[in-house]
Design a protein around this ligand. Sequence first.
Ligand code: FAD
Ligand code: EPU
Length: 350
Amino acid sequence: MLLQENISLKPYNTFGIDAKARYFATFTDTDELAETLNLPAGQAGIKHQTSNLILGGGSNILFTKDYGGLVLKNEIKGITELHEDSEYVYVKAGAGENWHQFVLHCIERNWAGVENLSLIPGNVGASPMQNIGAYGVEIEDVFWDLEAWHIRDQKKVTFTKSDCEFGYRESVFKRKFKDEFVILNVTYQLRKKPRFNTSYGAIEQELERMGTKTLSIKAISDAVINIRSSKLPDPKEIGNAGSFFKNPSVPLTQFESLKSNFSNIVGYTNIDGSVKLAAGWLIEQCGPASGGTSWKGYRKGDAGCHSKQALVLVNYGNASGNEIYNLSEEILQSVKEKFGVTLEREVNII
Ligand code: FAD
Ligand code: EPU
């Protein structure tokens, strides 16, 4: 275990924010994790350890300040086919595996269920954190169980699907057990015979444009990759963490009243009858108090709102975390003022 001090986190977060970690270490297995967490203050260089932050690919985090505690980067690897039954194969992946590489691994073996989740940045370990979702599929649809390390009790705990209390971009790890567990590995239940899901967004149009003759999970993955690449900025080129806010849900009556004032408002009915609004649309209709018609494409210094997707805030180079956060606050206030809807940040603010 190599403990580093005062290192820049810029290479470790997709926003490219140059915050510093007081202490930084990586771990590749549970023993190394436990050993690092148990380093007593005053030893091995740790003088003022106050807290731990578990980091995966850093693609859903905004650092607004230096981190005064210990940042632990999860590098537990390995993909194992545990067993299969007539319908499913059960596949366990280490939390430090790259998510998209895991998806490609499954597609190569014709294990179906994660193809719609192609090209989501980050690692396997964070996939249940906020129940990642895209193009009509969420992790909970393929989740079987996970193993996590309880930091205080120093023991492994298994979480089944119901234990995780998944919701839209939600789980127990983001709420009631926040900062209590380190996810070590996740087991997914994948179909041996695919059930294609092409109904969401522009997948069907894209399959047609690609000239797809025979539908396959590989074709769906390629279509999703093409759609995502056409509108989401590549963090290697422009710093970002995907959607900065969640899409907010409002009661049907509120939606109807909004619709009477804003006839083009975009909303999708939830199972419970409420309506999920497209936050990107709301943000696009608002703009800075200083003038300008829309946030979409807006830039102040190196902080901005992406020109093809208003829900994505970007760092053009040297923006600080606070500049991005302040822009998000201005956006949030303008949406609240115009539509009476309060946006909730999806990105984890540190
Ligand atoms: P990190 O950013 O490293 O961590 C996120 C949170 O999880 C932090 O609170 C961290 O402490 C915690 N954490 C991470 N790993 C562990 C662990 N092993 N144990 C305990 N806690 C842990 N998300 C979607 O849902 N759908 C999308 O379509 C989508 N598109 C995106 C597109 C782009 C261009 C980008 C940059 C991001 C996108 N995201 C999307 C957000 C992001 O990719 C996901 O949230 C992803 O799961 C984050 O993984 P990560 O490993 O980078 O997590
Ligand atoms: N829209 C606009 N203007 C914009 C952006 C969007 O009007 O600038 C409207 C359009 O009507 C569009 C609709 O919003 O049809 C939906 O947009 P899009 O299909 O791009 O999806 P989204 O709702 O903005 C969500 C997820 C994404 C996920 C996509 C595809 C959230 C917060 N975001 O975005 O997830 O990839 O759907 O399923 O739920 C993420 O979580 O980081 C993320 C990128």
